[in-house]
Ligand binder design. Sequence first.
Ligand code: NAD
Length: 312
Amino acid sequence: MSINQSKILITGGAGFLGSHLTERLLREGNDVLVVDNFFTGNKQNLAHLMGNPNLEIMRHDVTFPLYVEVNQIYNLACPASPVHYQYDPVQTTKTSVHGVINMLGLAKRTRARILQASTSEVYGDPEVHPQPEGYWGRVNPIGIRSCYDEGKRCAETLFFAANTINLLDRQVLGILASDLQKKIGWNEIQYGYIVSAFQLSYAIGMAVVGRILDSIGTRLGYTLTILLWSLASMAHAFVGTPMGFGLARVFLGLSESGNFPAAIKATSEWFPAHERSIVAGIINAGSNMGVIVAALLVPFLTIQFGWQATIS
Ligand SMILES: NC(=O)c1ccc[n+]([C@@H]2O[C@H](COP(=O)([O-])OP(=O)(O)OC[C@H]3O[C@@H](n4cnc5c(N)ncnc54)[C@H](O)[C@@H]3O)[C@@H](O)[C@H]2O)c1
């Protein structure tokens, strides 16, 4: 495999769609890893590709964690026809739910792009045809198709949640990670600690910061939050070791935890009741826009001004 070649994981790659996708991606010169438990898929579907040195096939059930290095993931694993998914409804649900949790975890660790094969069955037995994206469906949690429908719905929820919880400054680290790894010299385990340092301090901060805001008031509380958060962001530019970077993340997590409680308190104090939902919506929309803006802005700022200026 050359250094620029994409390493692509296809779960359920021995199935109907997966085997055709495997063929196409190999033809385009990619390195493809097929992972399948061969419940409905078959090695025969891939037999004509087995001589290709860029193809690797692994027997594995996606409901168990998978540790491989990839840049793209196509998550197709799931029996698709009623006779197969009803054979073992619990396993079908686990394939969609545990399987997606495992694949999202893998995508997060390897920073891979991921595609989920969903289905129109998430709308259940719909009253509207065709179904627009805004239609929520008419599903039955105990019907004969529910193991498939509800599993796929939960998979969509997991994808949505994984997308939205990564806010702006967390994105910056993700985007700069490979560059910073060379400059600061952390290994995979240390990087894991650095990411966890932020999450843990953010969670601890959330638990105590509301009480502090209630006692010192919104105006002073919000000002201090922004001041400390800005100092924490700048601190990243002055550290040169994995330990220093981890401490900067702890500082950032603690200071950032003040943001949401302060924003909610400010909304309830400064806006009349009939406008609070709009304000809450704008606050959340702003956070999510940050994810998009970060992806566009961070590489540009890094090239123009260097990583220290960008991260701070
Ligand atoms: N075929 C369609 O018309 C259609 C329509 C909508 C959505 N989809 C979705 O596309 C995907 C592929 O569909 P398909 O028609 O190729 O189905 P398929 O049954 O031919 O392929 C599914 C593959 O997943 C594998 N698999 C099942 N459970 C697994 C597990 N726990 N771990 C690892 N591998 C597992 C099977 O062995 C099989 O190879 C499915 O997720 C399905 O829900 C298909």
